[in-house]
Design a protein around this ligand. Structure first.
Ligand SMILES: [Zn+2]
Length: 206
């Protein structure tokens, strides 16, 4: 009986993995189109720091325990510089819910946007509506009293998503600035940020 149950669990897990793989393979068509359209190699949002929570990992804090993380969290001391990963336009810059402050940049409409959470509203933030270049300073990671989500560990929450922010609803788990998703984030058109950046580098050698 136990073996049958375990086999059932395994089967279910494999089904889940297959569904995710299937969706990611469907998604890859759009990812390739976005990479072709973007016409630039993306960079990293900060000088390389260790990831403390990976893309698609389950939430590491109780309130997100059964949700997938739609971003990578990079450990960074308060005040660490955050850079635009590619040329684009600042769609949002300011205080936003659990992020403390948030910056969102749209790239090559229609196509792709990047999101930078737990930046500091107090130090300095790039102005909404301006054009930015890849590698341009857009803000600094938040100070200890500005809130980080994962306990008191300062970090940058960094996402890349297909489409434009206004393609997504203003509320619920699939909204334009969501940090956690109910299903694997690929189902909400998020991509693995580091993998995507690598793909843009291969697609657009500098
Ligand atoms: Zn995060």
């Amino acid at each position: 009986m136990l073996i049958a149950t375990l086999a059932g669990v395994k089967w279910h897990q494999n089904q889940q993995k297959n569904k995710i793989a299937e969706h990611e393979s469907e998604q890859s068509v759009y990812v390739e189109a976005a990479i072709a359209n973007t016409n630039q190699a993306f960079g990293l949002p900060m000088e390389k720091a260790g990831a403390i929570q990976d893309y698609a990992e389950f939430g590491k804090v109780a309130r997100f325990a059964n949700l997938f993380h739609s971003a990578i969290d990079y450990f960074a001391k308060p005040g660490t510089e955050v850079f635009a990963v590619a040329d684009g336009e600042v769609y949002f810059s300011g205080a936003e819910g659990g992020y403390g402050a948030l910056v969102v940049i749209t790239h090559d409409r229609p196509g792709i946007y990047s999101l930078y959470g737990h930046v500091s509203a107090k130090r300095w933030l790039v102005e909404q509506g301006v054009q930015v270049k890849k590698g341009q300073l857009i803000g600094y990671t938040a100070d200890t009293n500005e809130g980080y989500g994962i306990g008191v560990v300062p970090h940058l929450h960094f996402s890349i998503r297909l489409g434009n922010p206004e393609d997504y609803p203003n509320s619920g788990r699939d909204n334009w600035m969501t940090g956690y998703t109910q299903k694997h984030p690929a189902f909400y058109n998020f991509v693995d940020p580091e993998q995507f950046i690598q793909q843009t580098k291969i697609g657009h050698r500098e």
